[in-house]
Design a protein around this ligand. Structure first.
Ligand code: SRM
Ligand code: SF4
Length: 651
């Protein structure tokens, strides 16, 4: 019998992802948004929303208002791009006004030192963006496949040259990697040119100098080309010992190196950090940055062009889940990655300079800024600037800015720093804050101070469960368990996200809750308090109703076996998950909680929630305990009437 040979199957070339085609057809980020913006609609097409991101806006809908069969409640989030978190006073006041007039009356400090306004309608988007630009702000490149907001330590020290360099180079790298397309000003400002500062001459020269193919010739976008980056790209600049920027989570981090005279010599480089992942897809993972080497000051812009070109030309453009630079590093290894950069750079990257350990810093409270003036770091729970009950942060900041016109720096931990404060004005500023109920850092529970949550519901389209709205209650419950086991003053870093994308950098927290399904979280433990080591998943699924019974044994064994001054994350890492699990399995709870404890949600207005919070704190109770007692007492007074009504309706 003659058998026919097996058919020859040609290898299937992987096609570029859909977004690559959209970028190519967008005419340098102009279409389809320029056309769709003029249409009298509530939202953009799917293609339009992808390009809109590059302009700093996400199309969202209020997920609390979703009704089956009805159009979504479309609205837009705007994100500012402000390197090193710098916000001039006139921009702050403009953002405050815009959030009141067109947004949801809140502003939100992000984990990358930007501001977000939520809730803007499509018809108001152009006015809002134009207002931001006219007040020295920008949203261009705050989102999309390009370099995002460049981070730097928010401490405005004037007498610390390393901090001054970190701020200066964050600005300059942001300038170097800013998109050059005219689309932004054409669309949002009818081609009116923004009043921007002259670019730094070294940056301007680097933009002209084409080393070994770093620039794309004859392109409106010499750094990026028609297709921009394969995916978002994130950079930070910091100083030795200061990990306020979470440097190991960035695509590229630069650490300022100075000599004995405090003159800038160059930068240590770390690369390939990134946190986004997807549940049940092992090929996606959180990764901390690798040390790459040292680069002299004079070469830093050519180096940045070379590393961008390496990812631009070699990053995966077929699969967006594998497109971040961390996967290039993981797939190639550090040596091949470094050699490829050197090809574009035209020089060898030098060995790293020795550095001290990195520490987390949040710069809260009053400090000398080093030139006779003061700065003040203000804690903002989950970055949400709002007026709620007795806490009137939005009003306080408005009054302070109107009266004293202070520049501010947003921090990578969702807080803010006011600076250039004349010591003569300290008492007046403190009086405004006290009157508006703003607590000083030592009055805030440190669990709250060192925690972060992403926005999640109702605005984030990717959220699978609550985060920002859930974390305050969860922290109260954690505090109650710590108190119960005899650790009333203990604290550690807790972060929460509504999905595994990692926007509040949960994988670098000592304890993290990563949304999996409604009210269910993946539970991570074991990063260190200074965010230099990744946490690991301790439980794949933690129904939040089971929080107490899960954490109580962990805290008990921590109290029993910790070493002097050992933090909770370090302890979990040292003893290992097997030992923690073994202890938990045989542990007898201090108080028995009902086995199947179903928690039902009741929505309270912000004001009522806040009033409850104040009373609950004063009475040493959780809000849930207080609300339960109060509601039970109230229902008791109604019982005869309710019973009577119940009987009647049964007919
Ligand atoms: Fe993020 C997507 C919010 C920092 C990883 N992020 C989103 C979106 C835009 C949802 C979407 O795509 O529709 C979220 C909007 C929510 C809303 O309603 O406002 C969102 N991310 C945020 C912010 C506001 C969280 C916050 O609590 O402040 C942060 C804005 C920073 C800024 O000013 O630029 C924010 N996002 C981060 C960080 C942390 C960081 O950059 O330091 C990460 C992890 C680090 C990283 O990038 O690896 C992060 N966001 C993501 C990802 C996953 C990326 C990945 O590589 O897989 C997505 C989803 C995506 O890109 O597909 C995402
Ligand atoms: Fe949304 Fe997920 Fe980011 Fe939270 S972590 S803001 S839920 S994308």
């Amino acid at each position: 019998m003659v058998t026919s040979p097996p058919p020859i199957v040609a290898p299937v070339a992987k096609l570029p992802s859909k977004v690559e085609g959209l970028k190519e057809r967008s005419h340098a980020l102009r279409e389809p948004i320029a056309t769709e913006l003029k249409e009298d609609t509530t939202h953009f097409s799917e293609d339009g929303t992808q390009i809109l991101k590059f302009h700093g806006s996400y199309q969202q809908d209020n997920r609390d208002n979703r009704v089956k069969g009805q159009e979504k409640d479309y609205q837009f989030m705007l994100r500012t791009r402000n390197p090193g978190g710098f916000i001039p006073p006139e921009l702050y006041l403009a953002l405050d006004r815009l959030s009141e007039e067109y947004g949801n009356h809140t502003l939100r400090v992000t984990t990358r030192q930007g501001f977000q306004i939520h809730g803007i309608l499509k018809k108001n988007l152009k006015t809002a963006i134009a207002e931001i630009v006219r007040h020295m702000g920008s949203t261009l490149g705050a989102c999309g496949d390009l370099n995002r907001n460049v981070m730097a330590p928010p401490a405005p020290y004037k007498d610390r040259p390393d901090y001054v360099y970190a701020r200066e180079y964050a600005d300059n790298i942001a300038d170097l990697l800013t998109p050059r397309t005219g689309a932004y000003y054409e669309i949002w400002l009818d081609d009116e040119k923004a009043i921007t500062a002259e670019p730094n001459p070294e940056v301007a020269a680097a933009l002209q100098r084409d080393n070994n193919g770093t620039l794309i010739k004859d392109s409106e976008e010499p750094i990026y080309g028609t297709h921009y980056m394969p995916r978002k790209f994130k950079c930070a600049v910091t100083v030795p010992g200061d990990n306020s920027v979470d440097l190991f989570s960035q695509d590229v981090s630069l650490v300022v190196i100075t000599n004995a005279q405090n003159e800038l010599q160059g930068f240590n480089i770390y690369a390939g950090g990134g946190l986004g992942r997807t549940h049940n897809k092992e090929e996606t993972f959180a990764r901390i940055a690798d040390p790459i080497g040292y680069v002299d000051r004079a070469d830093i812009y050519d180096f940045m062009k070379a590393i961008v070109a390496t990812q631009r030309d070699n990053g995966d453009r077929t699969n967006r889940r594998h497109a971040r630079m961390k996967y290039l590093l993981q797939d190639w290894g550090v040596d091949k990655f470094r050699t490829t950069i050197e090809g574009y750079f035209g020089k060898a990257i030098q060995p790293l300079k020795p550095l001290p350990e990195f520490e987390y810093k949040d710069f809260l409270g009053w400090h000398e800024q080093g030139d006779g003036k003061l700065f003040l770091g203000i804690s903002i729970e989950n970055g949400r600037v709002k007026d709620e009950g007795v806490f009137q942060l939005k009003s306080a900041l408005r009054q302070i800015e109107q009266q004293f016109a202070l520049p501010m720096r947003l921090t990578p931990s969702q807080n803010l720093v006011l600076y250039e404060i004349d010591p003569a004005n300290r008492a007046a500023i403190q009086e405004i804050l006290d009157r508006c109920g703003i607590q000083a850092q030592d009055q805030i529970d440190p669990l709250v101070r060192y925690s972060m949550a992403c926005p999640a519901l109702p605005t984030c389209g990717l959220a699978t469960t609550e985060s920002e709205r859930a974390l305050p209650g969860i922290l109260e419950r954690i505090r109650a368990v710590l108190t119960r086991v005899g650790l009333p003053d203990e604290h550690f870093v807790i972060r929460m996200t509504g999905c595994p994308n990692g926007c509040a950098r949960p994988y670098l927290a000592e304890m993290a809750f990563v949304g999996r399904a409604p009210d269910v979280y993946q539970f991570w433990l074991g990063a260190d308090p200074n965010q230099t080591r990744l946490a690991e998943p301790f439980l794949e699924s933690l129904p939040i109703a089971d929080l107490e019974k899960t954490i109580e044994p962990l805290f008990v064994v921590f109290k029993r076996d910790r070493q002097p001054n050992e933090s909770f994350g370090d302890f979990c890492h040292r003893v290992g998950f097997a030992a923690l699990r073994q202890f938990s399995e045989t542990y007898k709870p201090m108080t028995t909680t009902p086995k199947t404890r179903v928690r039902h949600r009741v929505d309270l207005g912000a004001d009522l929630h806040n009033r409850l919070k104040v009373v609950a704190t004063a009475q040493g109770k959780t809000i849930t305990e207080l609300a339960t007692t109060a509601i039970e007492a109230y229902l008791k007074t109604l019982e005869p009437q309710v019973v009577a009504e119940g009987e009647g309706s049964g007919e």
